[in-house]
Write a protein that binds this ligand. Structure first.
Ligand SMILES: C[S@@+](CC[C@H](N)C(=O)[O-])C[C@H]1O[C@@H](n2cnc3c(N)ncnc32)[C@H](O)[C@@H]1O
Length: 253
């Protein structure tokens, strides 16, 4: 008899190693957005996977606070690791380069004082909560059905890159509508919903995931199509859609 290992099927699009196929250097998506979109904003990234794009928004695009959320706990663990390594590889700022002694030793403390009081403690700079890496956290949740604490304050930008298909396939038309409604609820007035929906023809590949019968039967009952999303979003209360461009593999933002 032969037994084969049953690997987990990524029915949520919860691919591991996703960013080795979609590295930042080849990812056009953020470049299609207005340059100042994230400046000073609270950002939610739904379906953040291993957090590569999320880290970039927090580290390099001026966001005040970034929350990445994913349904797959092991991807969230990987995202926290990525945050740490992005931080440790971050180049020192101009200020740190030009006056390293100031950062290390802010006050003059003569030898006699040290003799009397002992050495000065090495200062730990007070972390700025609105700067990387403190401005970035990750949460494990099915964001379609579960609120996270950060939602209460609202967001200026909600990002949903390559995740609508997976929500649609797993939760059906109703689940996707629930997702859109939730985004509308957590967005502050004037906030932006950045959506990269996968085109309908890419759904077929997921439908072929024979190991997952439920996914296939939900998929066969879907009535809504990605081309309906702008109308549905308007009905929910969003303003007119702004098409920003093609993202590759048939997708667009
Ligand atoms: C194809 S990946 C896209 C990753 C990332 N957004 C990007 O485009 O760079 C889809 C991600 O969405 C996550 N996901 C799917 N359904 C979700 C849900 N209901 N709540 C949170 N995350 C979800 C998956 O685990 C997966 O990591």
């Amino acid at each position: 008899m032969t037994f084969r290992r049953q690997d987990a099927v990524p029915i949520y699009g919860n691919y591991h190693g996703y960013y080795s196929k979609r590295p930042l250097s080849e990812d056009r998506r953020l470049a299609l957005l207005p340059k100042d979109l994230f400046e000073g904003a609270r950002v939610l990234d739904v379906g953040c996977n291993e957090g590569l794009v999320t880290c970039h928004i927090a580290q390099s695009l001026g966001a005040r606070k970034v929350v990445g959320v994913d349904i797959d706990e092991s991807l969230i663990t990987a995202a926290w690791k990525r945050r740490r390594s992005a931080w440790s590889q971050q180049e020192p700022s101009e200020e740190q380069i030009s006056s390293p002694s100031r950062a290390l030793r802010p006050d003059y403390f003569p030898a006699s004082s040290e003799h009397m009081f002992g050495p000065l403690p090495i200062p730990t700079p007070k972390p700025r909560l609105d700067a990387f890496p403190q401005n970035l956290i990750f949460k494990h949740a099915d964001w379609v059905t579960t609120e996270i604490a950060e939602d209460a304050e609202g967001y200026g930008v909600v990002v949903a890159f390559s995740v609508s298909k997976w929500i649609h396939l797993n939760s059906g038309d109703e689940g996707l509508l629930q997702f859109f409604h939730r985004v509308h609820t957590v967005l502050c007035p004037g906030g932006a919903f950045v959506l990269e929906p996968q085109p309908w023809d890419t759904y077929a590949k997921a439908k072929r995931m024979d190991a997952v019968r439920k996914l296939r039967s939900t998929a066969n009952g879907l009535k809504m199509r990605p081309e309906d999303f702008p109308r549905l979003l308007r009905e929910i209360g969003f303003g007119d859609v702004e098409h920003r461009g093609e993202t590759g593999e048939g997708g667009e933002i």
